[in-house]
Design a protein around this ligand. Structure first.
Ligand code: ADP
Ligand code: ASP
Ligand code: MG
Length: 408
C-alpha cells in the first residue's frame, strides 16, 4: 500500500465528464489498496474568468479581495470531485486550503506555504476516505484566504506530498510528461522519460509552465518523488523527476528549452557610476514586493552606467512609477524606460557543465536568423537570452533543431 498524492490541473477537471474520469482513475488506485489524496485546480479558464470579473470592477484589484474571489474556482472542483467519487461508492471528503490549514505568509496572490496541518487528512485516510484538497489556496495567520500564484496547485500537491511523506506525487495534466520544450510551440518536441531535479527547476524557473517552480523547490527540499503524467491517457509512465544525475558522458548537453512571455524590461539610463546605485534602484523595488529576474549593469566611457532589469509584465508599471517618483531624481538618472514586448528563451542542461562552446552555438544559431539578443544571463546549467517577443517562437524552434532535441 502506498500513499499517493494526485494533482489534476484545469483541463483535467474542465467539465463533469473529466471529473468523472478522474474519479475512475482514483477508484482504480484505491482498489489496489493505495491511500489517495487528490488536489484539484479550478476548471480551465475559470481563474482567468474570475480575475477578469474583478478587473471589471477595479482595474488593479485589491489583492486580498482578489484572493477571496479566485480561490472559489477550486472550491467548486473539490466539491464536484468528492461527489464524483461518492457516485462510484468511494468515501470522499473535500477540504479548502483553510480547512486543512495550509498556512501561508500574507503575500496575497503569491503567498508562500509555511506549514501544513496534516493530522485531519491522515485520520481521514486511515478511516478509508479519499481526501480532496483545493489547490492554489491557503490561509494566513489572521485567517485571510491567500493564493499561491498562477499554477499554484502544483505546489499544493507537492507540499501536501511532503507533509504527508507520500510515496509519490503525480501531476496529471494535458500532456503526457515533460518535453524538450512546449510541444504546443514545437510539435517535434520529445517527451523525456526522466529529467533531473536541477534541470526541472531551471526549466520551471525559466518559464516552462508544466510545473510551477515552487512545486519543484518543494520536491527538491523534501525529496518528493514527482511524476508528470497525462490525465487523458490510462497508460504511460510520464516523466519522472530524478535526483541522481546520469553518467555525464551519456547525458545530452541540452535537455530542454524554456521560454517566458511574462517579463518586461526596465532600463535606467545615465546613472552616475558610484557605489550603492544597484541598491538605490532595486531596494525600493524589493520593498514594494516586486520580484526582479535578470539584472545587467553596463558602465560607459563617460562614467555613467545603464542599469537594466526584468520584472513580471503585470508589475512593470508599478516598478516604473516607483523609480520615476522615488528614485530618478535622487540618483540623477537621465531616463527610465519600460519595454514589455520582450521574451526570454533559455536552454537548460546539466551536460553543459562538461561542454564548452554551448553559448557560442546558441548565439550563432540566433544570429543566423537575424535575431538580436538584448540581454544574456547564465548559470552553470542554463543560458537565457532576452529577445524581441516577435522572434520568440522562431528562436525556440531553431534552437530546438540546432541542439538536436527532436524526436528520433
Ligand atoms: P495544468 O492546468 O494541468 O496545470 P498547465 O497548462 O499549467 O496544465 O501545464 C501544462 C502545459 O504546459 C502543457 O499543455 C504545455 O503546453 C505546457 N508546457 C510548457 N513547457 C512544457 C514542457 N517542457 N513539457 C511539457 N509541457 C510543457
Ligand atoms: N487555478 C489556478 C491557476 O489557474 C491554479 C492552478 O491551476 O494551478 O493558476
Ligand atoms: Mg499548471
Amino acid at each position: 500500500m502506498a500513499l499517493i498524492v494526485q494533482k489534476y490541473g484545469g483541463t483535467s477537471v474542465a467539465n463533469p465528464e473529466r471529473i468523472k474520469s478522474l474519479a475512475a482513475r482514483v477508484a482504480r488506485y484505491k482498489a489496489l489498496g493505495h491511500q489517495i489524496v487528490v488536489v484539484v485546480s479550478a476548471m480551465s479558464g475559470e481563474t482567468n474568468r474570475l480575475i477578469s470579473l474583478a478587473k471589471e470592477i477595479m482595474p488593479d484589484p485589491d489583492p486580498r479581495e482578489l484572493d477571496v474571489m479566485v480561490s472559489t474556482g477550486e472550491q467548486v472542483t473539490i466539491g464536484m470531485t468528492a461527489l464524483a467519487l461518492m457516485e462510484l461508492g468511494i468515501k470522499a471528503k473535500s477540504y479548502t486550503g483553510s480547512q486543512v490549514k495550509i498556512l501561508t505568509d500574507d503575500s496575497h496572490t503569491k503567498a508562500r506555504i509555511l506549514s501544513i496541518d496534516e493530522h485531519h487528512i491522515k485520520q481521514d485516510l486511515d478511516d478509508g476516505y479519499v481526501v480532496v484538497v483545493a489547490g492554489f489556496q491557503g490561509v494566513d495567520a489572521n485567517g485571510n484566504i491567500t493564493t499561491l500564484g498562477r499554477g499554484g496547485s502544483d505546489t499544493t500537491g507537492v507540499a501536501l506530498a511532503a507533509a504527508l511523506k507520500a510515496d509519490e506525487c503525480q501531476i496529471y495534466t494535458d500532456v503526457d510528461g515533460v518535453y524538450t520544450t512546449d510541444p504546443r510551440v514545437v510539435p517535434e518536441a520529445r517527451r523525456l522519460d526522466k529529467i533531473t531535479f536541477e534541470e526541472m527547476l531551471e526549466l520551471a524557473s525559466q518559464g516552462s509552465k508544466v510545473l510551477q517552480i515552487r512545486s519543484v523547490e518543494f520536491a527538491g527540499k523534501y525529496k518528493v518523488k514527482l511524476r508528470v503524467l497525462s490525465s487523458f491517457e490510462e497508460e504511460g509512465d510520464g516523466t519522472l523527476i530524478t535526483f541522481e544525475e546520469e553518467n555525464t558522458m551519456e547525458q545530452p548537453v541540452i535537455s530542454g528549452i524554456a521560454f517566458n512571455r511574462d517579463e518586461a524590461k526596465i532600463t535606467v539610463l545615465g546613472v552616475p557610476d558610484k557605489p550603492g546605485i544597484a541598491y538605490q534602484i532595486l531596494g525600493p523595488i524589493a520593498e514594494a514586493n516586486v520580484d526582479v529576474d535578470m539584472i545587467i549593469q553596463n558602465t560607459g566611457a563617460d562614467g555613467t552606467t545603464d542599469f537594466t532589469f526584468t520584472v513580471h509584465k503585470n508589475e512593470m508599471n508599478k516598478a516604473l512609477s516607483i523609480l520615476r517618483d522615488k528614485v530618478q531624481g535622487h540618483i540623477g538618472a537621465r531616463e527610465i524606460n519600460g519595454d514589455d514586448k520582450i521574451a526570454k528563451v533559455s536552454i537548460v542542461g546539466v551536460g553543459m557543465r562538461s561542454h564548452v562552446g554551448i553559448a557560442s552555438q546558441m548565439f550563432r544559431t540566433l544570429a543566423e536568423e537575424g535575431i538580436n539578443i538584448q540581454m544574456i544571463s547564465t548559470s552553470e546549467i542554463k543560458i537565457a537570452v532576452v529577445v524581441d517577443e516577435k522572434y520568440l517562437e522562431l528562436a525556440v524552434r531553431v534552437l530546438h533543431k540546432a541542439f538536436e532535441l527532436e524526436a528520433a
